[in-house]
Design a protein around this ligand. Structure first.
Ligand code: ATP
Length: 358
């Protein structure tokens, strides 16, 4: 549905978007994820036609967009502020774009009814924006964008104005609406949890460029780089050098730990500098020396962050290095195993770590 070929956008000599090549499939819920200032919004605005690329080409549904102005593109954009007309009712807001395009009256009526049903706002059709909650306004804005039957809907931080609880509920609603309509959604967000729970695929951006594209499972379980591993979720990373032989499983000498780590990974030349990455939930905590585990480290619990369903244990190793391990709180309070200052062991299976190029 969308193809970007070497797209860059420069403001003066600063490249806000830098050589992005990307393909987004029809019917995808695609997210552009990245820290503030990495170029996500600029990329979205180029898709909408509000900015022109300094270099490269954008195709939407097979058509080169270079000479196509925003209002002729088969896209619609939902802004963070929703930009609803305050003096119009919900119905009138949804119908506005259709009237401008001179749709026949009967068709507008049917469309508005269908959109109200889609976003479950039929009973509030006569309200004005000031008489609604933030979540309701968000649904009206969505209905107004979808009414014009765009092939692509661009969403700029669509949930940013909602409080945490509502944001979580609305995620699912948005995904359901996207599935029902089949419209291709491209969403900008800096919230990794939002991108993970809503998207079919995520493009992680860094300084104007794409760091990695993949499904949520791929980017979390198989991050391509140390940056990706660190941005999405929490990652323990140990710098090391591939030891003799370089055969699989890899033996990586970690100077900071003063020991080798073993990782199930394809062979690499001996002497290659790598980073070994282990997610906190892949690390087991035990009081006794875990027999038979090749990757085990002794440490002391320095702090416990209680998150309700799970706890994160901040563990300090002998040399002062901190490691995070998390555990599901499967039992009620009395059954908790570890406290601050306990001497414990951390262990993980070679298949539960990953080797990243440095
Ligand atoms: P945020 O999440 O904070 O909105 P973003 O990833 O969407 O960030 P962009 O808005 O795309 O980032 O901006 C990328 C970079 O380009 C920023 O450093 C920004 O200051 C710069 N930039 C954006 N628009 C312009 C402009 N019109 N003129 C000059 N610089 C700009």
């Amino acid at each position: 549905m969308i193809r970007l070929d070497g797209v860059s956008k420069r403001f003066g000599d600063f490249a806000a978007v830098d050589g992005v090549t990307l393909a987004i499939r029809r019917g995808e819920f695609f997210s552009l994820l990245g820290a503030s200032g990495c170029g996500k919004t600029t990329l979205l605005r180029m898709l909408a036609g509000f900015e022109q690329p300094s270099q490269g080409r954008i195709f939407i549904d097979g058509i080169d967009m270079a000479a196509v102005p925003p209002f002729r593109r088969p896209v619609n954009m939902m802004f963070q502020s929703y930009a609803l007309f305050p003096h119009m009712t919900v119905e009138q807001n949804i119908a506005f774009g259709l009237r401008q395009e001179a749709w026949p009256k009967a068709r507008i009526k049917d469309k508005v009814e269908a959109m109200l049903a889609l976003v479950q706002m039929t009973s509030l059709a006569r309200r004005r924006p000031a008489q609604m909650s933030g979540g309701q306004r968000q649904r009206v804005a969505l209905a107004r964008c979808l009414a014009k039957e765009p092939k692509v809907l661009l969403l700029d931080e669509p949930l940013a104005a909602l409080d945490k609880k509502l944001r979580e509920q609305t995620r699912l609603e948005l995904v359901n609406i996207q599935r029902q309509t089949g419209v291709t959604f491209v969403m900008v967000t800096h919230d990794q949890e939002e991108a993970m729970t809503m998207s079919s695929r995520i493009a992680l951006m860094r300084a104007g460029a794409i760091e990695q594209v993949g499904t949520p499972v791929e980017v979390y379980e198989c991050p391509a780089t140390a940056f990706a591993a660190d941005f999405i979720g929490t990652a323990n990373m140990f710098a090391g050098v591939v030891g003799d032989g370089g055969a699989s499983p890899l033996v990586v000498a970690c100077a900071e730990l003063g020991r080798n780590l073993v990782v199930d990974s394809p062979p690499l030349p001996a002497g290659t500098a790598v980073t070994v990455m282990v997610r906190p939930e892949k690390i087991a905590i035990s009081r006794d020396l875990p027999e038979g585990e090749v990757n085990r480290l002794a440490g002391r619990v320095k702090g416990i962050a209680y998150l309700g369903g799970s706890s994160i244990y901040h563990v300090e190793l002998a040399g002062g290095r901190q490691v995070q391990a998390s555990q599901a709180n499967l039992r009620h309070l009395a059954g908790r195993d570890f406290s601050v200052d306990d001497e414990i062991f951390l262990a993980w299976h070679p298949a539960n770590a990953l080797v990243l190029a440095q």
